[in-house]
Unconditional design. Structure first.
Length: 245
C-alpha cells in the first residue's frame, strides 16, 4: 500500500490526470454533475479473482479507490472529490478540486485516466456509482433459545460495501457487490462470511451467498444462523427498519 500526504496526493492528482473532452455540453450543467459516491471494486475484483472464467488479465492491476463527489460552490466546471482507498474506504487520502475535463461520465460509470502519477498506471480507472442500502442482521443467541439479536439501521453500498455482526466471539460479515459473472453477466451479490470484516479479501470464502439483477431494490438471505435483509434507500422506501415509524 502506498502512502502519501493529502497535500501531495492533491498536487499529483491534478498534475497527473490526462485531459478528456466531455462528450456533451450536458456535463457542464450543475444538475448533471456526477454527485455521489463511486467505487472501482468491480474493476479490482475482475483483476484479482482466482476464478479463471471471471478474471480479466491486465499488465498492471489497479488499486482499490472510493470517491465521494460533491459540488464545488456554484462551479459548473469542477467538483470536489474526497478520496479513500481499500475496502469500505477505510484509508482516507484527502480531498481535491477536480476539473470535469479530467473525468468522463456515462450514466452510472465514471472513468479517470491515470488517477495518480505514483501509480504509473496508464490504464483507465473505472468507477461505478454506489447505491446505498438500508438493512439489518438477525442472529439467534445460543444461550437463550427463545431470544433473537437484531442489529438494525445499518447501511452499506452495493460496490463491495460490508457490515459485521457486533457480538463478542461471533464473526459474521455481510457484503453487497456488483459483479460481472464470466466477465459478461452483470449481477448483484449478497454474501455472508464467517469471519471478521477486516479479514476479508477478494478471494475470501463466503459460507453462502445469493444474487439477483443489478437493478434490484430489495435482497435478503436466511441461513438460520444469520439472517439479513437490505432495501435500496430512495424516497418513500420501506423496510423493517422504518416500518413502524
Amino acid at each position: 500500500m502506498k502512502y502519501w500526504t493529502c497535500l501531495a496526493f492533491t498536487v499529483l492528482l491534478l498534475s497527473g490526470c490526462q485531459v478528456q473532452e466531455p462528450s456533451t455540453d450536458d456535463s457542464k450543467d450543475t444538475a448533471a454533475l456526477p454527485i455521489g459516491e463511486w467505487d472501482n471494486f468491480q474493476q479490482v475484483w475482475l483483476e484479482n479473482t482466482d476464478t479463471d472464467m471471471h478474471r480479466v488479465e491486465v499488465a498492471q492491476k489497479h488499486e482499490h479507490y472510493h470517491l465521494a463527489i460533491d459540488t464545488l460552490g456554484q462551479s459548473k466546471d469542477s467538483v470536489l472529490i474526497t478520496f479513500s482507498s481499500g475496502r469500505n474506504g477505510q484509508n482516507k487520502l484527502g480531498a481535491s478540486a477536480v476539473s470535469l475535463d479530467q473525468i468522463k461520465v456515462k450514466m452510472d460509470t465514471l472513468w479517470i485516466e491515470q488517477l495518480s502519477p505514483l501509480e504509473e498506471n496508464p490504464i483507465t480507472y473505472r468507477f461505478l456509482k454506489c447505491r446505498s442500502f438500508s438493512g439489518w442482521l438477525q442472529y439467534p443467541v445460543p444461550e437463550y433459545p427463545d431470544s433473537t439479536y437484531f442489529q438494525r439501521n445499518l447501511e452499506l453500498h452495493d460496490q463491495g460495501g460490508m457490515v459485521e455482526l457486533d457480538i463478542d466471539g461471533v464473526d459474521y460479515t455481510v457484503e453487497l457487490t456488483q459483479l460481472a459473472y464470466a466477465k459478461t453477466i452483470k449481477i448483484m451479490k449478497l454474501a455472508v462470511y464467517e469471519m471478521p470484516m477486516d479479514s476479508i479479501g477478494i478471494n475470501s470464502y463466503a459460507v453462502s451467498y445469493t444474487w439477483t439483477n443489478p437493478e434490484a431494490k430489495r435482497l435478503g438471505i436466511n441461513l438460520r444462523k444469520i439472517v439479513s435483509g437490505w432495501t435500496l434507500i430512495e424516497p418513500g422506501y420501506i423496510n423493517s427498519n422504518n416500518l413502524n415509524k
